[in-house]
Design a binder for this molecule. Structure first.
Ligand code: ATP
Ligand code: MG
Length: 214
């Protein structure tokens, strides 16, 4: 069965769409067959040309269910669902469809407040620092911000995706053929992190099956 990852969250502009494409690109670079599924009715899906992943338009609730059901039938595929801001009901339905749920957030107090609320609402979700600063001082300030979260929430914060200005190239209708190494590296890093987390789930299932059979 395909594995489904959704990128959701209440706040706008946290980097959901960029992260969706970055992750799909990274999974593509790692040889995984991937579909980027646009669920945001306020945005147009991008054309598929020049990408290492396919694009799916699932902006209505009906299309969403059908596209995800179809994807789930495809062994070895990964589906990345790009959410939209301020849509708690839609986020709940995307959450329920997904094997892995990512909540991108930026280094601002407002982002932190919103992501903590979302972490409470979505107990299986992980928070993913997005457009994270690389500069030493800003990075330290951002780490201090995370340190203000309750410990159990800090445990659910993944490694950051750093700010990479070239990430907007993936949001062009046709990305250039040759993409900067910094972009490809960021894409592979986030894809590896996702594969690791999903792999842990596989290990947990294997362990529980062994236990059941013993
Ligand atoms: N890793 C990144 N590095 C640099 N810029 C980024 C990164 N991720 C996102 N951005 C920029 O931040 C802005 C918002 O990103 P994006 O559209 O992906 O957010 P979103 O959460 O999908 O927004 P919306 O809530 O409107 O759907 C864009 O201008 C995008 O180019
Ligand atoms: Mg978006």
């Amino acid at each position: 069965m395909a594995e489904i990852i959704c990128i959701i969250g209440t706040k706008g502009g946290t980097g959901k769409t960029t992260l969706s494409h970055l992750l799909c690109h990274g999974l593509g670079l790692l040889g995984r067959r991937t579909a980027c599924v646009m669920t945001d009715e306020y945005r147009d899906p991008l054309p598929p040309q020049g990408r290492r992943y396919i694009m799916a338009d699932a902006r209505s609730p009906q299309a969403r269910t059908k596209v995800v059901e179809k994807l789930k039938e495809l062994p070895g595929w990964m589906g990345v669902l790009d959410g939209g801001a301020n849509r708690t009901d839609t986020d709940i339905s995307l959450y329920e469809m997904s094997d892995l749920v990512l909540l991108p957030f930026r280094d601002s107090p407002e982002d932190l407040r919103t992501v903590m609320h979302d972490l409470e609402l979505f107990p299986r979700a992980f928070a993913l620092p997005s457009q994270w600063p690389k500069n030493k001082w800003q990075k330290e300030a951002a780490a201090k911000l995370i340190a203000t979260m309750p410990a159990d929430m800090q445990d659910r914060v993944l490694s950051p995706t750093y700010a990479v200005s070239a990430s907007k190239l993936l949001l062009q209708s046709t990305p250039p053929e040759a993409l900067p190494a910094a972009l490809n590296n960021a894409a592979k890093a986030v894809a590896c992190q996702v594969i690791d987390i999903l792999g842990d789930d596989v290990a947990a299932v294997e362990a529980s099956l062994r236990e059941a059979a013993a």
